[in-house]
Design a binder for this molecule. Structure first.
Ligand SMILES: [Zn+2]
Length: 125
């Protein structure tokens, strides 16, 4: 959805809170205790299903989403990549059938509007 986001996999709640504070991040959590702690900027996500969670978070967050503007691997802000520059970076069939590409400047991953694109757009709508 284009939000600057980080995923916390390992480590203590205290480490997460320090990390979030240092980067000015809001913690999205389903952990009632974590969300209720003092000194933490957190939002409790109550919805059970992924689609409901997306809707809940989107309703509470500020700023319009910018879908498909960040790297799904590393959170980098995607930049446009010319068709010519994409030639050696994507499979031949993809290069021949796609006209627009984006690249993550942080990890180098290249994105295009593949067959999954319409389904993702519909889900976000
Ligand atoms: Zn990346």
């Amino acid at each position: 959805m284009g939000y600057d986001a980080a995923y916390w996999r390992d480590g203590s709640d205290a480490a997460l809170m320090r990390h979030a504070r240092a980067e000015g991040r809001l913690i999205l959590t389903r952990d009632h205790q974590l969300a209720g702690r003092r000194g933490v900027w957190a939002m409790l996500v109550a919805a059970e299903t992924l689609d409901d969670q997306i809707e809940e978070v989107r309703a509470k967050l500020w700023g319009a989403p910018q879908p498909f503007s960040r790297c799904s691997e590393c959170n980098g802000q995607l930049v446009d990549l010319s068709h010519a520059d994409a030639q050696d970076l994507v499979p031949s069939y993809v290069w021949q059938t796609q006209s627009t590409f984006q690249r993550c400047p942080d990890c180098g991953r290249v994105y295009w509007k593949g067959t999954h694109w319409p389904a993702l757009q519909a889900r976000l709508r």
